[in-house]
Structure formats: C-alpha cells, structure tokens
Design a protein around this ligand. Sequence first.
Ligand code: ADP
Length: 345
Amino acid sequence: MTNTVLETENLTKAYGNKEVLHPTSFSVVKGEILAVIGPSGAGKSTLLRLLDGLESPTAGTIRIFGEPFVRASRKKIRSRMGILFQKTVLFDRSVVDNIALGLSYRRIPRAEQKRRAQETLAKLGMSEYATRSARTLSGGEGQRVSFARILVTRPELLFLDEPTANLDPLAAKDVEEMILQENAENGTTIIINTHDQIQAQRLADRVAVILDGSIVQIGTPDEIWYHPATASVARFVGFQNIFIGSANDGSVSFGGIVLPAPADRKGLVSVMIRAEDIILTKNTSGIPGIIRSLSRRGAFVEMYVDCGQEFFLRIPFKEHDSSLSVGDSVSLSWDEQAVVIGGNE
Ligand code: ADP
C-alpha cells in the first residue's frame, strides 16, 4: 500500500495567457511536512489554492487520498482537509464559539460541537481563552484560534499559506509549536508556504523551492541549503559566491582556479560556495588573493578578496585577524564539501 497522500502531475495554472504555475509534478507522503519556499510572486499561493480546490487547474491532475481531486470528489475530499491563511479570520463571538464554528458545516449537534471545541482548546493549552471575546485577542492569539478552528475538524491534510507572516517572532513561534504538535500527535500531513527560510528549516521534512512558477528543487533542508541544484536556488538560499565554471574529467575550472568536481559533471556548471565557509589565512597554502575591501557588519567582518575571481567572505569578528587590511596578500581555502557544483541555470 502506498502512503502517498497527495500527488500532482503536470499541474498547471494560467491567468489569461500568463502561465503562473508551469507543469508541476510532486507528491507528499502521510505525516510529512513539506515547506514551499520562494520569492514573492513565485507561485506559492497559486499552488496551494489549486491543491485546496479554491481554484481549478488549467491543465494537469491532482490526486488526494488516492482519488482524483475533481468536481465530483471535491466535497468529500475537502472534508478531510483544512487551510489556514496569513490573514486571521475571527467572528465577533467567544473563542470557544469561534472554534465550534469549524464544525458548523458538519452534521454534528451543537453540544457536541462545543464539547469538541473545548477539547481542542485544552489539547492546545488554550482553555483559559475559551470564554474570552475573540475581539480581545492579540494578533498571535487570534491566529492560534483561527488555527484551532481548523484543527477541531481533525484534518488529515493541512495547507498553511504564510500562517505567521503577520505575526511577531514570539507569536510566530507559538503557531510553529501548534504545527509541530498537530503533526506529531495526529500524523497530519502538512504543506506550508513560507517566505521565512528559517521557519522552513525548523518545520519541514522536505522543502520545495519554487522560482518563477516552477518547483526547481525538492529535497531535505540539508540538500536545499547545502546542495542547491542550480545557481538560482543557491542565490535564493543565500550562497554569495556563484561562479560559472567548466567541468571535465573530475575537475572544474573557473577564472584560472581549478577544483575537484564529480566525474559525471561535464560542460558548463555553477560553482557555489557560502561566504562563511571560506577560510582566510596569511600563509600561502591555498588560493592566493588580495583583499579588496573589508568592513565590519555586526558580529561579522565581510571581505571581498580578488583571486582572479572575486570571493565574498564572512568571518565572525571574534575570529578575525585585526592586523589585516585592504591590499594585503592572503590565501583562501575551504573544506572540499563546502564547494557545490550545480546546474548552470
Ligand atoms: P506567491 O504566493 O509566491 O507570492 P502567487 O501565487 O500569489 O505568488 O502569484 C504568482 C503569480 O500569479 C504572480 O505573478 C501573481 O501576480 C499572479 N496571480 C496570482 N493570482 C492571480 C489572479 N487571480 N489573476 C492574475 N494573476 C494572478
């Protein structure tokens, strides 16, 4: 038996003649948390709206709980899932009534609705809020109540569209705790859109990077942040040193520098190194270069070093050799694993 909960094949969305989601195929397994990251306008919300059935695809298919997600199955499948948005939705009633409203579309007696709402509040450690008017809640509390209104329906599949984007960091942490608790206790499968990369790292089993309407990489957080598949993913996840190189026979050359590369890589590639992975010394054992600029940024010192190619370095201030200055000859090196060879696009 497969434990795939959701699967798309060539899922595509166009508005007018503008394709905002290019054919997209991926799947999510039971109990998984998948974070979808990408810059604003990349297509994250569009993807989630399609998966939740709020919009219809232009082409391609979605299967959820093993069934095609189409008009005939929509209602039944949607009753097993929930979606939380960035914008908190509260009604001018008590907190417990707001949560019970999550069940009002189901044929459940009022008393039972209320009992389940109380139970959900208790599980979330929020019982003290039950009788408060929703109007008196802070932004973070309100979003937790909105979330509880979805959880009371016991969704098996949960979509979260930037659920903490409007919250301060402490309130965001509370919502993140709810996400992890729901996933751990009920095995709920979760797809979360976020522009907050730290949040994606904290929550996700796997991360999908969406750029310009395409999922360009999907993998574990380590794969995404340390082994980006392409230069554009690397740029998005914060690699500052990205060079175009030429790979052949187990090595790659760029701007006069030659490094080892996987033997199966041939032709144009991207050579990517994080600024904080570059080691600078005054000895001559590494790649020789000259410091072109040096500036303090908070707890770090940032430098540009010209080695034929210009490298950007970020060194913790405490480890910085304060005798260094612009124009000095230095030498750069790094652990072999710090260099990522990826696609050229
Ligand atoms: P994200 O969630 O990553 O910020 P969106 O999915 O909201 O991105 O948007 C992706 C692209 O689709 C954007 O260029 C946006 O302007 C466009 N778009 C979204 N909704 C509509 C719509 N209803 N009509 C036309 N274009 C839209």
